[in-house]
Each structure stands twice: as C-alpha cells, then as structure tokens.
Design a protein. Structure first.
Length: 119
C-alpha cells in the first residue's frame, strides 16, 4: 500500500477510536440511569419490548458489534487494497450507525423503564 492508503486507514482508525469511545461513554452515562437487571433489546410494532437481555449485554452489545465489524472491514481493506475506498466507507458507516443506535436505544430503554415504574 502507498502512503495515501496508509493515511486513509489511519484516519479510519481514529474515527473508530472516537466512535468506540462515544459508544462506551453512552453505555456508562446512560447505564447509570438504567436500574433494571434485564433491558429491552427490540420493540414490536405496538411499542412493547419483544425480548430482553441482561443489563450488561444490553449496554455493551453495540460496542462489541461496532468493534467486531470494524476490525473485520479494516482487515479486508488491508488484504484487498483495490477495494479500500468501499471498505472504508462501510467501516465509517458502521461506526456512525452504531453511534446513533446506541443513543437511541439507551434513551428508549430509559423511557421504557420510567413508564414501567409509573404503571
């Protein structure tokens, strides 16, 4: 690989580190507000939870998925340099999507918890 490819991969690794730090920060920040031992992981069309996971898994699954998919895509980028641009776009898309998903999911869990306790 040439130096421009190395720079693109370095920038992507920085984006990954920032994204993972953001996701971890959300897990810590919002996790303090979630007291339920099991939290919803998916909601049905009626707005009710369809399945639950232990709190630790619910808080950190987005971090694990983001890290695993990003590492996989970056390894592909190193082994398939002709597909570097597409793989970097995919990696950054995974990071950004999971950052958004983490905030949305944990805020929804907090709202669900408040509604459940109020009932």
């Amino acid at each position: 690989m040439d130096s421009s490819s190395d720079n693109v991969i370095a920038a992507t690794l920085i984006a990954l580190a920032v994204g993972l730090a953001f996701i971890a920060g959300c897990a810590v920040y919002y996790g303090r507000q979630i007291s339920s031992p099991r939290i919803p992981m998916q909601w049905g069309p009626d707005g009710q939870p369809t399945w639950f996971a232990p709190r630790l898994i619910g808080l950190w699954s987005s971090f694990a998925v983001t890290a695993a998919l990003s590492v996989f895509l970056l390894i592909l980028a190193l082994h398939e340099p002709q597909k570097l641009t597409a793989l970097i776009v995919a990696t950054v898309s995974v990071i950004g999507t999971n950052m958004w998903f983490q905030v949305y999911h944990l805020k929804r869990v907090i709202r669900w918890q408040a509604e459940t306790l109020a009932s």
